[in-house]
Design a protein around this ligand. Sequence first.
Ligand SMILES: [Zn+2]
Length: 435
Amino acid sequence: MKGKINKLFSTGILALTLSLGISPSPIPSEFSPPFASAAPQQNSSSFFDNFELVTSNDENYILQFTTAKAVKVKVSYSEKDGKNMIMLDGTGQGFKQTVKFEGLKENTQYQAVISASEGKTTMSETIYFTASSDPKVTVPSKEVSYSMPKSEIGIESHDVYESEYNGEKAYADPLAPATPMYGRISCSASDQDWFKIDVSAKTNGKLNVFLDVPSNKDYELYLYDANGNYLAKSTGGTGVDELISRLGTTPGTYYAMVLGFNGACDDVQNYMLVWRFYPDIAWPVPGSDTISDYFGTPRGSTTHKGLDITWWSSGGSTWKYEIQAVKDGYVSYASGSTADATAGYYVKIDHGLYNGKKIIARYLHMESQPLVSSNTNVTRAQRLGWMGNTGDSTGKHLHLDFSDGSSYYDPLTFLAKPHSNEVVDYWEKNGQFKQ
Ligand SMILES: [Zn+2]
């Protein structure tokens, strides 16, 4: 994209009903034609309709609206100056949508952006409102009513769009892991978009770069190393999404480039680009990046022989945290129905060698009997059980230790914490694990 995307979406006429003391604020001139204050009006090109802002029994604001189809909807809202943007997500799919706004300040103007995607198309509407001084309306801080809003799990998130000029490597947009980046191949000139990928890990791994292509376009994806040397490409035909997947990728800097084949371009539809890195030795608790104790810390007359990973501060101790095998291996022991007095329910796995170093891992203090059995094989990232507090443990956590057969060593020799947005990404996909 040569220029900045200012107006990303259509500007369909919005039908909005405001009630219970909430009144619309003036609309900035750039949003003319004026905000519709007349009777609700259908807009067949919009996914949304019948907006209504009400207060709920617990005195939060509830925004209700219907979608024309069962599309996934995202809502963000902020004070009108654009600060403190909060993304609500996970409102689910369906024709009737309900979103709760919390923590609004009285007599403050807000804007809310509601967007929905279907296939390759994303649309959004912006509404404006002022929190009323109506005594019924307080500044509550209640639990939200839907499963996994990002605001609850502590990460503010925005859809990310390509920046201004990124048509060559030197101006590449940084592309965070597991974070979709939206962009367009402009028709005004032969456009190409460059993105920078920084892989940080302690082992090699699989790098996946995925391009979601508009259904009627032929876009291609290229991958380069830190010096701009070509590494790989994915060049499917019209409407075919592109994927570059490279095993044995070394941590470091890479560049992805998107272009239109034979001049393919689109000034309206976005593509979406995202990458993920799967290190050869996986983080054992994908839902938490919280380390509560390290290898080697003093423990009375001895030292801690492993790495302790506990629940995620933004999630809480009552959520379920799955424990995964860090690598393929052979289960030499898995607890039966009885927990060990010290180790609790646990699993011991021989993961073989990595870079010449033997990895015999123990996963201790599981919540209940492991999901794998002794004398069986497991694969990398296979679920072994759930984080718990069994055995000699003073709180819910995983104690993971690595041994080479004669002595213990630091698991962080090979393990790298996941990025916080990868943890968020995990919970978005696995909200059912929340208790
Ligand atoms: Zn421990």
